[in-house]
Design a protein around this ligand. Structure first.
Ligand code: ATP
Ligand code: MG
Length: 651
């Protein structure tokens, strides 16, 4: 595909937001010297965070890096559930809310750390009673109810490797993942609520298990209020509440070697077949603990609402392990942001006094589409910090978020990371770093990303490939069952000591990083490098546009042409001139080289189930090719419709 070194088309965005003085004064990380200090001694930097956790045996060696194999805190033993729960119940946090949960229909539950401790212990014993041993894999296919974090922590307690499969996936996707990980047990539910409907999880699990011989037992959680018609298979299937009633109340935690696997998780499949990313216990816990503490600035009194589903890595790291290791209160929500109304998140912010809120650009663009009067109805004055993750955030969406959710007063942390990185790698420390809308700003201390050109040489200012030249504790250890793919995918381009993120980025005069999405999303138009992200941001900048996805298509003269798929804001009716106006808007914002050759006005864009735009499928559409892997699409009809529409329309 096209090369990523040197970007000629850059969207100008000059506003800079300094950390508010009041925020800086109280921030967990407020000494500017920590960047340099961590750079000088990155092992010492991470070891300091590690020493704030509880180890049953101290480590002998901080890091062993024999590229591309990495080990952290060697010789150390640690249990993740002890750090997320036991540690807190011995203190005044015992009766503090760990999870404040709300179901989509409006039911609510609050679990204190003590409640969580008891449930985790019992369920850990229940799993042991089913024969689950250290190292066994447990597939988790649950709705977003408290039993989901309970299951993860129960697995962690006995050393079982959990692997969550997002509850929106089909039987086939679930079966593939179960077989890939050779799961012994599946934990599922009779159903879960989503957009007012019910997902028949048990039925889907039954279908998936037809052809998944490794599974010996299935645990079925009953979703309160649901009357699902399910069948239970004798000897194989067990109700969660029956097992819990029988299980012993206390379970001794399994001491885990730092490098023992904590979990595997499949990537969202934006670029192709999902990969089973494997994470090690000690390093992962240190990485999520440290970043939660410094990037989200978590304090005793914070109420942290991460809207991500635990089916994705964000839910693992910032709804379970990171904040719980910090002893924070987490808000957890089962359903969709527009059910039963479009102010659902803001209503919860008001109801629970949320202080830190973390969501995805795709959600922010939906809120923008729905209008500012919705958040304006709620009192969100408790918020003191906002975050985003998942895709580059368009400057326009950043400004909207800042003004309409943050009341133009709170910092925004744009956090770049991946399933593979385990924890945030690039993000501002909100008490220290001035913000530029659309930039994830600086690497987290101790982490050393670099922008390189085609030859792997560092680009000091400009665009290129984002790589990592130094290991960090929470990085993946392998692709489960396919170490060769791990080596090839992540270390196959510039040598075994250069981790390839697959993303393009540019670095500006101030050393700020601007993430541009995947490298194969960078176009080469008449010899000019144009980031699809830049063109999309220019389109979204137009007041009529809700979302935009830009891809390249072969062009006889230019090499690559630009095709844009655009959805309009609600209430906007397109007219004959709309496409011309939008093309001109891009020219005004970026320049003539970025003028889209084609713009298709679409009702919807194809997205993964985690809400990311699947540009590779749009590329297939634009090039008139057969569609690639569509199994991780949220709604397969969207791309089929677009293809028909595209065939009918040129320009
Ligand atoms: P797959 O690897 O299967 O194609 P995926 O990369 O979408 O799927 P994730 O690990 O969930 O799966 O997503 C990580 C990717 O999301 C990053 O590589 C990057 O492209 C994008 N991303 C995440 N956060 C940001 C951010 N703050 N800014 C820009 N891009 C981001
Ligand atoms: Mg990826």
């Amino acid at each position: 595909m096209s090369q990523a070194d040197g970007f000629d088309a850059l969207l100008q965005e000059d506003r800079v937001f300094e950390p508010p003085a009041e925020f800086a004064a109280q921030a967990n990380a407020n000494d500017p010297g920590i960047y340099e200090e961590a750079d000088r001694d990155h092992e010492g930097f991470w070891a300091k965070f590690a020493s704030e956790l509880e180890w049953s045996r101290p480590w002998d060696t901080v890091c062993e890096w024999t590229p591309p194999t990495v080990k952290w805190f060697l010789g150390g033993q640690i249990n993740a559930s002890v750090n997320c729960v036991d540690r807190h119940v011995r203190t005044a946090r015992r009766n503090k809310a760990a999870l404040i949960w709300e179901g989509e229909p409006g039911d609510r539950r609050t679990l204190t750390y003590w409640d969580l401790y008891q449930d985790v212990n019992r369920f850990a014993n229940a799993l042991r009673d089913l024969g689950v041993e250290k190292g066994d894999r447990v597939a988790v296919y649950l709705p977003m109810t408290p039993e989901l974090p309970i299951t993860l922590l129960a697995c962690a307690r006995i050393g079982a490797v959990h692997s969550v499969v997002f509850a929106g996936f089909s039987a086939e996707s679930l079966r593939d993942r179960i077989n890939d990980m050779q799961a012994k047990v599946v934990v599922t539910g009779d159903g879960g609520y989503r957009r007012g409907g019910v997902i028949p999880l048990k039925q889907i699990t039954d279908d998936a298990l037809d052809g998944a011989p490794s599974v010996e037992s299935v645990v079925v959680m009953h979703r309160e209020g649901l009357d699902a018609d399910i069948s239970m298979q004798d000897g194989r299937d067990h109700w969660y509440h029956d097992l819990m009633a029988k299980a012993a109340p206390r379970c001794d935690p399994q001491p885990m070697d730092s490098e023992d696997l904590l979990f595997t998780l499949y990537t969202s499949g934006t670029t192709g077949k999902p990969k089973g990313i494997a994470h090690a216990t000690g390093g992962y816990l240190v990485g999520t603990y440290a970043t939660s503490k410094w990037v989200f600035d978590l304090k005793e009194e914070d109420v942290f609402f991460c809207t991500a589903d635990i089916g994705w890595v964000t839910g693992h790291s910032y709804l379970v392990y990171g904040p719980l290791a910090n002893g924070a209160t987490c808000v957890m929500y089962e359903g969709a942001p527009d059910t039963p109304h479009r102010g659902r998140f803001w209503e919860m912010v008001e109801r629970y006094g949320v202080t830190v809120f973390y969501t995805a650009p795709t959600a922010i663009r939906a809120f923008m589409k729905w209008g500012t009067d919705i958040p304006a109805k709620f009192d969100m004055s408790t918020l003191r910090l906002l975050g985003t993750v998942g895709e580059p955030i368009n400057p326009e969406a950043w400004m909207w978020y800042h003004a309409n959710i943050g009341g133009a007063r709170v910092p925004i942390v744009d956090t770049w990371w991946q399933t593979e990185t385990g924890a945030i790698c690039v993000a501002p420390l909100p008490g220290l770093v001035a913000l530029k809308p659309g930039s994830a700003t600086r690497p987290f201390p101790g982490i050393k990303p670099m922008v390189v050109n085609e030859q792997g040489e560092e680009v000091k200012v400009g665009g290129g490939y984002l790589v990592m030249k130094r290991p960090w504790p929470s990085m993946l250890r392998t692709i489960y069952g396919d170490h060769e793919r791990y080596v090839k995918t992540y270390f196959g381009r510039w040598g075994p000591d250069v981790y390839v993120t697959g993303d393009g980025a540019k670095i500006d005069d101030d050393g700020y990083l601007w993430l541009l999405g995947r490298v194969d999303d960078v176009l080469n138009v008449s010899g000019h490098r144009v980031g699809t992200m830049e063109v999309e941001s220019a389109l979204v900048d137009h007041p009529d546009v809700a979302e935009a996805a830009v891809v390249g298509k072969p062009h006889e003269i230019k090499g690559q042409g630009i095709a844009a798929f655009v959805t309009l804001k609600e209430g906007v009716t397109p007219h004959d001139g709309t496409i011309g106006v939008l093309k001109q808007h891009v020219v005004t914002k970026i320049g003539a080289i970025a003028r889209p050759d084609e713009i298709v006005l679409a009702a919807d864009l194809p997205k993964t189930r985690s809400g990311k735009i699947m540009r590779r499928l749009l590329r297939d559409v634009a090039e008139g090719k057969a569609l690639g892997d569509v199994t991780t699409l949220a709604d397969p009809t969207v791309v089929a419709k677009l293809r028909d529409q595209y065939a009918d329309k040129e320009g």
